[in-house]
Design a protein around this ligand. Sequence first.
Ligand SMILES: Cc1ncc(COP(=O)(O)O)c(C=O)c1O
Length: 382
Amino acid sequence: MNRDGTSAGWLPDNLPDIGLGETRAYSQVAEVIEARSTRLGAPDTLAHMDPPTPDVAARLVGLNAKYNQNLLHPDLSPFASEAEARVIAWLAPAFGMATGHICAGSTVANLTALWAAREHGARKIIASADAHLSVPKAAHILGLPFEAVPVDAVGRMDQACFPDTNDAALVLTVGTTGRGAIDPLSTAASARQGGARWIHVDAAWAGPLRLTMYADRLAGVEQADSVAVSAHKWLFQPKDSALVLFRRAAMQDAVSFGGAYLAVPDIGVQGSRGAAGVALLGTLLAWGREGLAERIEHCIATVDVLAERLENDTRTNLLNRPETAVINWQPSDAARTEAIIAKLGHTASRTIINGLPWVRQVAANYCADVDLIWRRIDQALD
Ligand SMILES: Cc1ncc(COP(=O)(O)O)c(C=O)c1O
């Protein structure tokens, strides 16, 4: 095997009859992980919604795995269950929510919340055309029709096209995946007047802004019935970790099931669940709210500087000023966009807006160095 892991000949085609032993197997696989993992904390990485993992979280995940705790049964997770409950109690009030649980990601969080919505009478799901694919996916799984509302020029749900919300679950996104737009949360009130049964806020990406100096960007979130927040995005957790939060404790009952072998009801989509809350607890204890806010605010500052440079440079067109540390831009000769994206490599990602490719940069990496990133952009444009 090469050090960069490019020749994978070391991996047997078939399940080996005789094992290597744990020590050799570990070092062999670990070597390839080291060689072939995307460096999310590299100073020139500003591509996706995936952050680097703080040491405290990585170490606690390893320790958890050693004890293999299972949140399904309190006998199998005496501390882990308490840790999760504490983390939920710390975070839910920031969103005006009373309760919730941790699940594998916001795809599952959205499904769980919309499942509760259906049990509370929602007969269709409405979201913007830029909502994450997990929302129409949830509608499909739940057997509900999905209605997409067009977005306006900055990527928010277009108020002018507001649909009939009677018996609907309305999903408002805080930080759309492609453009980072925030749907107008004030829509919740008119949707309820129109007969909406449930308001869900998909704050998978930008929910943690609520704990920062930018908390006002989520003003009105407390009117929701449920909120999804990916902890493995802007709460800097290793996967799989997201919060699904509910406004009232009883709202979870609709998605809770008992079983003869269970001591407490199994809440939500998953059965056995790992102790992701322990790593989140450790991270929040290590940093405090201020330390978390500083990192997110640094991400915002990085993208704001970048947006200004892109706006002032004649070689580039910035689509919109960023609201949640997501930017989209093209070279002024838009035909070169794909070539520029290829040159930028891990510095950026790609999205399609109105049928055209755009460079997408997302500040999930608090170790990013804005001057180095600008140098990469400068080099790619030459
Ligand atoms: C707005 C939004 N909602 C939901 C999701 C799905 O989250 P996850 O990848 O944690 O399942 C994403 C993922 O990028 C997202 O951006």
